[in-house]
Design a protein. Structure first.
Ligand SMILES: Cc1ncc(C[n+]2csc(CCOP(=O)(O)OP(=O)(O)O)c2C)c(N)n1
Ligand SMILES: [Mg+2]
Lengths: 363, 327
């Protein structure tokens, strides 16, 4: 037998769990000014998550999916994107969305059931959050192909979960993006769980990154709790895609420290002690330790940052709560560019029903 | 014995798993989690991970595997989290499960049961709230059931498994917490008929025809109307394919009026099919044009005030009945 092909999957980490450099750091890290915005964005996301869960518990928003412990993935990748690139997110990607310029008020509107929250004021071409698992990878391949057709030097970046890599959509999207050499970067947030299904029941493959090999593209694994590793891998993949080198897959290994969503109670199916142990690997403490070690961070800066985050979040919440809930008839808005006449009658019926018991409220 | 719809379904599944080694359950989060709606709670420990199979996240894949296992002599019960995600498996259901008996010239049989939650009312937003029973009711080769009572939740699964052809069972997400008395029979044979519609409340002035999650709303509306002296009959379709035209026609030809309540979107709905059959069979018995109460034709909204307004509700049903009766 002759070997006709051979493959390997690399794993990259720059900072260990204590924030100690494990190898020579990439050039952009040498200026701490490049790292502090990443640190800030992770802290903001974590504080936002805490607030959003509290808002859900008090009925101010609906079901919410927190990114607790996985902040480095969205922040690291979105920080490597250019403004004109396009983000194709799933429901756990507000860390990336905030870096892209989606406001926290918009995010709250989305989770509060107001579709105007997906009408982003800043990243106008970023896609709305995708809930049907894995379907967004096909959209991402399509938008990347559109860039290629128009010869625009832009890249589509798509997020999905470890569970989503079991879906045909994911494989199919990688396959045609590869054949078309579309400028696409697909990032797997491997947080080890798909609701109650652990990673090892999801795929028998030792890595998820190797799923790229079947499509004939590069797949790499990074420590998803090391924002430097995520950012570095994303930059390389995005640069390559922009230069016409085709798509790549990045598996970022992390851990879902929280429940799947506010509708879940993970103690039903996983050991809280294991979760507790995973806190030792979380990304924020890791980067803070590194920054402190090189003298770029201290307690005072930390306190100032947390205070700023709190203020910014409180302002976003206030703005959200001040926006009146959508009128009942809003469900007919944006269904078509122009509402067909036949639906006008139903719109009136909904109006009649709503007028019986007054307007609604958030959540 | 007073039990919940969820518990009735759980007991039916338990009985099937305990009595027939060919039966196994698979789907997303059915194992340690106990099912998205907690219907298989405890089964993982009792029957083990091979018979209570957590699947990878791939609806098309595991529904297709269910078809293969059924062809291979097993009696799989496939749980799809919600009808919304069953669309990923639609090709397997329409082009394989429903067709293989016919296209094998009768050589093979697909004794597969697919269970899925359906419907809105729990603030889960558009992509988790569709009511697409009529899509399945459109497909020749499968049977479609919509248990809407505790007895049907307990009694439909057994006959569905015994059916040599594929059966799709719709469990409306708003029914799981409903409680009722289950008739206590000494022989504990809960099996019920999976052929006929049922009259849930006899009445004389109008036939209120519905199924699934809209049944409690129709019964509430009928009770409210009764307080005003309006006597309405409530017909529960139960079996959405093949539809029991005889029971519908018998009821409407007696009451001479009909309102159909259907959580599906109006255009091309099951309600439209029922109405067509009424017109075909009872045209000369009708005293007024029938009306429909359906979901508004919008993506089901997330916010509660909008979601309520988008769905059939007792108040809308009462208004439609009054309009048909002109009272
Ligand atoms: C097609 C489809 N099937 C099922 C679901 C229900 N569901 C929502 S989240 C989820 C698990 C997703 O796990 P993963 O891809 O690892 O992402 P994570 O939530 O861990 O970020 C499932 C099964 C869905 N939204 N879409
Ligand atoms: Mg996951």
């Amino acid at each position: 037998m002759a070997t006709v092909a051979r493959f390997e999957i690399g794993f990259t980490r720059f900072l260990d769990a204590e924030g100690e450099a494990t190898q020579e750091l990439p050039a952009f890290v040498l200026d701490p000014a490049n790292l502090i915005p990443l640190y800030r964005a992770m802290q903001l996301t974590r504080a936002f998550d805490t607030k959003a869960i509290a808002l859900q518990r008090t009925g101010k928003i609906g079901t919410f999916a927190s990114a607790l412990g996985q902040e480095a993935i969205g922040v690291g990748v979105a920080g490597a994107m250019r403004k004109e690139d396009v983000l194709v997110p799933s429901y756990r990607d507000h860390a990336a969305q905030f870096v892209r310029g989606v406001t926290m008020t918009e995010s709250l509107l989305y989770w509060g059931g107001d579709e105007s929250g997906s009408n982003f004021s800043v990243p106008r071409e970023d896609f709305p959050i995708c809930v049907p698992i894995g379907t967004q990878v096909c959209h991402a391949a399509g938008v990347a192909y559109a860039f290629k057709l128009r010869k625009e030097p832009r890249v589509a970046t798509c997020f999905l979960g470890d569970g989503a890599t079991s879906k045909g959509d994911f494989y199919e999207a990688l396959n045609f993006a590869a054949v078309w050499r579309a400028p696409l970067v697909v990032v797997i947030n491997n947080n080890q769980w798909a609701i109650s299904v652990p990673r090892e029941h999801q795929s028998a493959t030792p890595t998820l990154a190797q799923k790229a090999i079947a499509a004939g593209i590069e797949g790499v694994q990074v420590d998803g709790n090391d924002v430097i590793a995520v950012h570095d891998a994303a930059r390389k993949a995005i640069d390559k895609a922009r230069a016409g080198g085709g798509p790549s897959l990045i598996e970022a290994i992390s851990y879902r420290l929280g429940d799947h969503t506010t509708a879940d109670d993970a103690t039903r199916y996983r050991d809280p002690d294991v979760v507790q142990q995973q806190w030792a690997n979380e990304p924020i403490r890791r980067l803070r330790n590194y920054l402190a070690r090189i003298g770029a961070w201290d307690q005072e800066k930390e306190e100032r940052l947390l205070k700023e985050c709190t203020e910014q979040i409180n302002a976003a919440v206030e703005a959200y709560l001040a926006i009146p809930p959508p009128a009942t008839t809003a469900m007919f808005d944006h269904l078509y560019a122009t509402l067909p006449a036949t639906l006008q009658e139903q719109r009136e019926a909904a109006q009649w029903f709503a007028s019986r018991d007054g307007g609604g409220s958030h959540g | 014995m007073r039990i919940s719809y969820r518990e009735a379904m759980r007991q039916a599944l338990h009985e099937a798993l305990a009595n027939d080694p060919r039966v196994f359950l698979m789907g997303e989060d059915v194992g340690r989690y106990g099912g998205t709606y907690a219907v298989s709670k405890g089964f993982y420990d009792e029957f083990g991970p091979e018979r209570i199979r957590d699947t990878p996240l791939s609806e098309l894949g595991f529904v297709g595997a269910g078809i293969g296992a059924a062809l291979g002599g097993m009696r799989p019960i496939v749980e799809v989290m919600t009808v919304n995600f069953s669309l990923l498996a639609l090709d397997q259901i329409v082009n394989s499960a429903a067709l293989l008996r016919h296209m094998s010239g009768g050589q093979v049989s697909v004794p597969l049961v697919i269970r899925m939650a359906t419907g809105a009312g729990r603030q889960l937003a558009a992509q988790h709230s569709h009511s697409l029973e009529n899509w399945y009711a459109h497909i020749p080769g499968i049977r479609v059931l919509a248990p809407a009572t505790i007895a049907d939740a307990r009694g439909m699964l057994g006959p569905a498994l015994a059916d040599p052809d594929p059966v799709v069972i719709f469990e409306h997400a708003q029914l799981y917490n409903m409680e009722d008395d289950l008739r206590d029979e000494p022989n504990e044979d809960w099996a019920c008929d999976i052929e006929h519609a049922a009259i849930r409340r006899p009445g004389s002035q109008l036939s209120l025809i519905t199924y699934g999650g809209s049944l409690p709303k129709a019964l509430d509306a009928a009770a409210e109307l009764a307080r005003d002296g309006i006597d309405v009959e409530v017909v529960d379709l139960r079996v959405l394919r093949p539809l029991d035209t005889a029971t519908i026609a018998e009821s409407v030809s007696r009451t001479h009026r009909a309102v159909i309540v259907d959580e599906g979107w109006r255009s091309g709905s099951l309600a439209a099919e029922v109405m067509a059959r009424i017109v075909e069979r009872c045209f000369y018995d009708l005293d007024a044009p029938p009306l429909r109460v359906c979901s508004e034709e919008v993506p089901i909204p997330y916010a509660k005030h909008m979601e309520d307004a988008a769905l059939p509700q007792a108040a809308k049903i009462v208004a439609a009945v009054r309009e048909v009766l002109n009272v």
